[in-house]
Design a protein around this ligand. Sequence first.
Ligand code: F6R
Length: 609
Amino acid sequence: MCGIVGYVGTENAVDIIISSLKKLEYRGYDSAGITVLNQKLETYKTVGKIADLEKIIPANFTGHIGIGHTRWATHGKPETRNAHPHLSSNIAVVHNGIIENYMKLKEKLISQGYEFLSDTDTEVIAHLLHSTIKNNTQFSLLDAVRHVMNEMEGSYAIAVLYTAEPDHIVLARKDSPLVIGLGNNGFFAASDVTAFLRYTKNAVYVNDKELVLISPTGVEFYNNDGQQIEKKVDIIEWDEEAAEKAGYEHFMLKEIHEQPASIQDTYAGKISELEGRVILDELKMSDDQLKNLQRITIIACGTSWNAGCVGKYLFESLAGIHTDIETASEFRYGDPVLCGQVFTLAITQSGETADTLAAIRSSKAYGCKAAAITNVVGSSITRETDSVLFTRAGPEIGVAATKTFTAQLIILYLMAIHMGTVRGRLTPENARDILVGIKQLPGQVQKVLNNKNIIKECAEHYAKVQDYFFIGRHVNYPVSLEGALKLKEISYIHAEGYAAGELKHGPLALISSETPVVAIATKGHTYEKVLSNIKEVKARGAEVIAIANQSDTEINKYVDMVLRIPDCHELLSPVLSSVVLQLLAYYTAYARGCSIDKPRNLAKSVTVE
Ligand code: F6R
């Protein structure tokens, strides 16, 4: 997730772009840049926040037309050369999204003599536009952007400046947000209305495959066939603070709602459904190394540990590899039995958790190959491991991890399927089944989100209880742990997650009419067993809230409330069930008046021991 802005009008474009970018820093803040067109393109870029960009901009840098960008790295580290705008001679581009076929396009452009100065997918767009105009001299910039849109696969919102057409900016979008602001003294373009709300409340939302041309005299909208179209103007009622959260009351709720997009961005370009295989070039392990792998040791903390625990089931069932899951703070002071044949996998959203970093460092002393799953390009863990697999969830501001957890699960599915196919445990047909299921997840998560009112009612009904239990089996056992963790950290209700079969070995003594039990009872090979466990707790007087599949008509007989998820492959249900549990925690905390985005005693990134 990055932020793009553009301005053309009578005001100083530099001031407007800088103030607009500051409003978009929540979308990314590892590097930033600005280009203004004053006969020629003048560009300033730097690593860091917008305040760092301001420091390198000379006082006499002004103009009336320009574009800007604040970055959250996906392709290429946060370095100045990877910061946007990217240039190809007389063209400058800023981009939010992911060009999935950029490697193929890059090779083609290199063969045409284009030189690449960055590792980004965006630089491909700049050169592609340049080569399109060079080969089609009658093309306007608008024609060229339209042409290039047909070559690019993936998601994008782009803003383009071209010195031969110095009075306008051309913009286009597909699967990444773009909105146009209509001001009295100029026109604005941005990833989000927050960027320009202080200048105007009149906005036009751009739809997929539409193009826009903004000039000092007006705005023109086009469809993908090049026909000019009329668009409706919305009057934005939000103030700036509400707009930053896209109208949601908390970042956590906004981030929960971003999951259809963050899941899709995370698997984008990695699934070949046709061949029933995963493309995982980031995992720097040869097929031979994967075939000979004896053991995986996953190292993580908190929510990332819970994701790792799902990973253990996936690696064992899909790839047939013995997998251990270790708590980083324990592992680092234990006496792990490791050897060169063990593959260690750190899972850390921030990439900065001190215990996870220390544990992975100590595992390397045994000669283990190490990889990391992280959300932050350029974070410390990326320097400690041989391979890095990025979740593409964008910055997560709410302290409770939500969208990064489900994005971690997506990477774990892809890794396990990749390993399983290479090792011959999974046939392409089996792999395809799950891959098709993964591609359905964004739409299915959206369905869960659309039904949030029933989850809210459930949360409010039980908001005053003192204790909660969460139970599940197999991949749903870690989901129960995550459900309990989410609830306790933001609502301060005591909650325990248990493997459902463990209840009778102790915790059953605590079950009573005062302790609601959330049972994750989705269809799968342990379904019947979970039903028995539900009966056990019902017999002790507990009220049971089941998370069950849409088509399950049996479950209502045994429980007090059912929260539904769409039918899906049994291994994929953790993604959908976790969204239900995130919403349950959120609405419970809300009903209890808790500080949701900043729970007491907790920090987003735990960089101390
Ligand atoms: C809970 C939560 C924490 C983190 C843990 C590890 O919602 O966010 O439990 O998961 O502190 O952090 P990372 O993933 O950054 O290593």
